[in-house]
Design a protein around this ligand. Sequence first.
Ligand code: COI
Length: 355
Amino acid sequence: MLDIKVTRAETLKAKPDPSSLGFGRYFTDHMFIMDYDEGLGWHDARIVPFAPVPLSPAAMVFHYAQEIFEGLKAYRTPDGGVQLFRPDRNVARLNNTAKRLCVPEIDPDDALCAIKAIVKYDEDWVPSGEGTSLYIRPFIIATDPSLGVHPSETYKFIIILSPVGSYYSGGLDPVKIYVEKEYVRAVRGGTGMTKCGGNYAASLIGQKKAESLGCDQVLWLDGVHHKYVDEVGSMNVFFVIDGEVVTPALDDGNILPGVTRMSCIELLRSWGMKVTERKIEAEELFEAHARGVLDEAFGTGTAAVISPIGELCDEERVLKINGGEIGPVSQRLYDELTAIQWGKVSDTRGWTVKV
Ligand code: COI
């Protein structure tokens, strides 16, 4: 059991208006921090007031991006309690990312204990409005003041909390996706399957390009052939083609193994739907649309939950999917998943964890 010291903030902040939270704009009164030193391991777990973190300008995270993170949410349940959704999966993925980025792993029980402790401490910040939650952002940064390129010997594990509404300003409104054929997000042997800040920094140019072309998000293609679908924006992606659900397979290590992705696959299969994880050529989507069998497309992610895709575009073509409306599979997934997450139905799968 982690021994966590607590320093309470002298003044507590006013809570933001729950109807205009947006995503990641407000932060709670406290944060969790734990330090790592080579030879000593992780130590000095503490809850402290949310405040800037003093770091040397030479800290390695600033220069070589040795940084990893996670994203999960705490939900206010109808009985006034607070619960997490599959936090063990986020902790396992944090440690998988840590291995790839040469960051020291954290004992999974300690990481989970830290997440629960900081959420419990700032529990008043878990909003209760429709579609709102407390987004939890655990992250680890390399702190050695050193310009040599090697793994740092010191780190900080920090957890911050942010009350959020929808990730996209349009909520569940279908988004418009641009098929990106120039820039790539991940290459085989790279860091595509991890949650490291560098992946997101490298994706910004594609996102900017998509926005300049009137789209909301990028459909990333594989880095070798530039033809197989990887992910969309900061989400995993699914298509319903002729009644069958297909989603890119994880085998090549290019794709983030999303907790929402995994949960959607399990839900879809439990309804008796066929779900196939395989390579999907972008061209196959245009062909399926031409044959009238591209029934639906949607993204999945912790932040975005389920995001229906209403249009798919490239330089020459614009496809409207399901008439630009949310389809029945996306809607049912959204309804069933969010009912479990917000505790509106009983959790028969053991996915939720009370705080
Ligand atoms: C999430 O869905 O939790 C993410 O981390 C995606 C994005 C906000 C970076």
